[in-house]
Design a protein around this ligand. Structure first.
Ligand SMILES: O=P(O)(O)O[C@H]1O[C@H](CO)[C@@H](O)[C@H]1O
Ligand SMILES: O=c1cc[nH]c(=O)[nH]1
Length: 240
């Protein structure tokens, strides 16, 4: 794989993906016999077993274009199921920091997917993986609130002089915003593989609700730990 530098023979068909290379290492540490596969740019890869099933873990960095390179190369290498274990900013008062969101679909406010498919093409998660994530979340005793619904993917983490219509999406019931799900769902649909995503809420993306942004709290760390375990259970369930 030109950018990931993984030997495809060592890659599992089931892959957990996440933005942060440190999070990938943290998830890989949960696996039985978890071992590094490769490390190039923002792409840090590991493989091992979860409950007897082979699972790989790969970081994709921040933003849809770089993440798309990761998703495409994983699929070229034989990946058939991808679950993103990410973070997101909430749009809704009742989706509080430290809670979990399972994305059923992503609003395509990114630039990357507009270069792949026409405007009306949906970015939808695989229903079997959504079901696997929802049931795995219900079975684990993590004590965190979990919601499923539509999320939004955008490119700009910090604003410029233009107003992004956060308020409209909030009114439309979108649960939160992050930066890679639309690329994941569209690429998975184009290549005929399954993809899903679970997100730990690390603050509010909406200007009305946003206090000072600090994703490095114990609350967020606990949610990330829980979503990693849920995603590992789900990726094993998703194959059945
Ligand atoms: O926590 P990860 O998986 O990186 O996801 C979110 O965090 C990053 C921004 O801080 C973006 O990549 C966004 O999608
Ligand atoms: O893209 C992101 C990710 C986490 N939190 C946010 O507010 N935005």
């Amino acid at each position: 794989m030109p950018n990931l530098k993984i030997n495809p023979e060592l890659l599992s068909e089931r892959v957990i993906v996440c933005g942060d290379p440190k999070r990938a290492a943290q998830i890989a540490a949960l696996l039985d016999g978890g071992e590094p596969l490769a490390e190039n740019r923002e792409y840090h890869s590991f493989t091992g077993k979860w409950k007897g099933t082979e699972v790989s873990v790969v970081s994709h960095g921040v933003g849809a274009p770089g993440a798309a390179v990761c998703f495409e190369e994983l699929i070229m290498g034989g990946a058939k199921q991808l679950i993103r274990v990410g973070t997101a900013g909430s749009y809704q008062e009742d989706v509080t920091p430290g809670s979990l969101v399972i994305s059923t679909a992503a609003v395509r406010c990114d630039g990357l997917t507009s270069q792949l498919v026409p405007a009306g093409f949906p970015a939808a998660a695989d229903r079997q993986l959504v079901y696997a994530l929802v049931s795995s979340a219900a079975e684990r005793e993590h004590g965190l609130p979990v919601k499923e619904g539509i999320t939004l993917t955008l490119d700009a983490f910090y604003s410029g002089v233009l107003e992004f219509p956060h308020q409209l999406y909030k009114k439309a019931g979108v649960l939160g915003a992050e930066m890679e799900n639309s690329a994941l769902f569209v690429i998975a649909a184009l290549k005929g593989i399954r993809a899903g995503a679970i997100l730990a809420i690390d603050g509010f993306a909406d200007a009305d609700l946003r206090a000072e942004y600090n994703p490095s709290t114990d609350l967020v760390a606990k949610a990330i730990e829980a979503e990693a375990l849920i995603a590992l259970d789900a990726i094993v369930l998703g194959q059945e």
